[in-house]
Each structure stands twice: as C-alpha cells, then as structure tokens.
Design a protein around this ligand. Structure first.
Ligand code: SF4
Length: 306
C-alpha cells in the first residue's frame, strides 16, 4: 500500500485560536469554565477539555449567573451574547474572525435595507449565529433548486453571504442559480468560504486522481470534514470519514491501493497519525508521501482576558 497525506490538513488558524482561548481561560480564570456548544466540532478536543473540567452547554439556562463563558468558534447570535451580559457572565469570544466577518456583512447589509440570502446548512451553529443578526432580513437557502424559487418584491435590494465551511463547488452552483434569478444581487468582495476550507478541498481534488480511496479524519458533526468526503466522492474517488483509528475498516482497501489521507479543520494531528498507524498495522506500507499543495501562514491573535 501507498499513502499520500495531503497538506494543508487538520487545524486551521480559527481552531488554533479557539483552543488557545480555552487553554488560557483554564490557566487564568477560576473554574469552572463554561463553553457554549462544542468549542470546535471534534470529539477528541471536547474530551480533552472535559477532562480538564470544562463544561460544554447547549442551553444558557444551565450556566450560573456570573460564570465564565466562552462562545464557540462557530459564532453565536447576538441575543445570546446579550443574555450572558445581562446575567453578569464573564464572556470570552472564540468566534473565528472569518465567521465574524460574515456577521459584519449581514449587519452592514441589514442596516442598508437589503434582504440578505444566506447560503448554508440549516441548524449549523454558524448559520444560527448569523441568522440571529437580522432574523427578519436574512433568508436561508440550502441548494440551487430552492434558490431558483425564491421570491422577493421587485423593489427589494438583495445581497448574498455564505457559511464559511461549504463545498466551494456546490456553493458556486447555488450562487449561479441566485445570480440567474436575481441578476443585480450583490456579493461579498471576497468569498465567505474560508481559506482553510478552500485549501483542504483543493488538496483533495489535486490528489484524488492518484488514489483509490480517501480517508478523511474528522468528527461526524464537522461540516468541513463532511465536505472533504463529499469533494472526494464528487471527483470519483470513494472516501470514508473516520473519527478515530478504530473506525478504519480493512475491507475498504486492497494491499495494492494508494490511499489519500486528509483531515477536517478541527481534527488534531495526533488523531490523524493514529489513523496512519492503524493502516500500518493492517497493510505493509511501500511508500509514504506528504503532498503539500499550498502553504498556510494565517494566524489570529487572542482576545484580552481582563
Ligand atoms: S474552518 Fe475557516 S471559518 Fe472555521 S474556524 Fe477554521 S478558518 Fe475559521
């Protein structure tokens, strides 16, 4: 068997920052530290913080007044921020700056009187957060068929924004449908799909023609990990999403296969390496290559803690 590891893979600057924020909070603030929803969508990251006493909550009602609360990397609706402040919580915002950019676009368009079409997946925390910025003005659309049926008054001024972790190609199809239906629709100056999502999908597309199977390491609820699996399948390469080494199934491979390995933006590298270790246990590995398709040097600074 041959292995090609794609790079970039795994942690992005937004996930690095969110994890560093929780680490700093553990170091500097009195316990317990609460985090609204999972800080990032990876079960290994969540477990390691739970083991350090961090409490993840889905409902702010379960957080005591005055507690220390971190907002997760996917962002939160402003109503939640206001409630936490009203109840005297010390809040720290781990929202990725690239998600915050989408919030700002929504606010700017809403203030200017636009109706805003948000391309994204219903129920994802990022989408819930952005919708909360202007619930009356933002309209969620998930696919091209729905985009083609949208109705607005002739006088409406329209703009679109998107979730940061979509499939670049699928999103383009929805945007094309929107532009066909609403030729004057305004668009963000730069794509809302983030650099990390774009680069990891690009790497899969470059390598997919050389491998028989792709393994994507990431948790089931990780949007960008799921998109990586779909991108591989869309270009004809079977792909499997595994959260950990014990999920690797020998029946997916043959000894003569070349296997591609990538990981979603919230997956720690040690989990990726344990998956490689599992493949080494199952098959003799003849060659191992790291294929760097793009260099990433993005870094985001941490917020102040006082
Ligand atoms: S995947 Fe993109 S938007 Fe999400 S945390 Fe990483 S850099 Fe930010």
């Amino acid at each position: 068997m041959k292995i090609i590891m794609t790079a970039p893979r795994g942690f992005c600057a937004g996930v690095d920052r969110a994890i560093a924020i929780v680490d700093e909070a553990i170091r500097l603030l009195p316990p317990p530290i609460y985090v609204n929803h999972e800080i990032v969508h990876n079960s290994h990251v969540i477990k390691s913080f739970r083991d350090k006493g961090v409490i993840f909550v889905e409902d702010l009602a379960t957080v005591p007044d005055g507690a220390s609360l971190i907002f997760n990397a996917h962002g939160v609706p402003p109503a939640l921020v206001e409630e936490a402040k009203r109840r005297g919580m010390k809040t720290i915002d781990a929202t990725c700056p690239l998600v915050t950019k989408v919030h700002f676009e929504a606010i700017r368009y809403a203030k200017a009187g636009y109706d805003i079409i948000l391309v994204g997946h219903a129920g994802h925390p990022e989408v819930i957060g952005v919708l909360g910025e202007a619930p009356d003005r933002i309209h969620l659309v998930e696919d091209a068929a729905a985009a083609a049926k949208m109705e607005f008054p002739a006088s409406a001024r329209l703009a679109y924004i998107t979730q940061t972790t979509l499939s670049v190609d699928d999103c383009r199809i929805v945007i094309d449908a929107l532009k066909q239906r609403f030729p004057n629709i305004e668009e963000p100056k730069k794509s809302d799909i983030c650099y990390a999502t774009t680069n990891r999908q690009e790497a899969i597309k470059i390598v997919a023609g050389e491998v028989q199977v792709f393994l994507i390491v990431g948790s089931r609820n990780s949007s960008n990990s799921n998109r990586l699996r779909e991108v591989s399948e869309a270009v004809g390469c079977p792909a499997f999403l595994v959260n950990s080494a014990d999920e690797v199934d020998a029946s997916w491979f043959r000894p003569e296969h070349t296997v591609g390995i990538s990981a979603g933006a919230s997956t720690p590298e040690h989990v990726v390496q344990s998956v490689v270790g599992r493949l080494r246990q199952l098959f003799p590995i003849d060659s191992f290559e790291e294929r760097v398709t793009r260099i990433e040097d993005e870094q985001f600074s941490l917020p102040r803690f006082n």
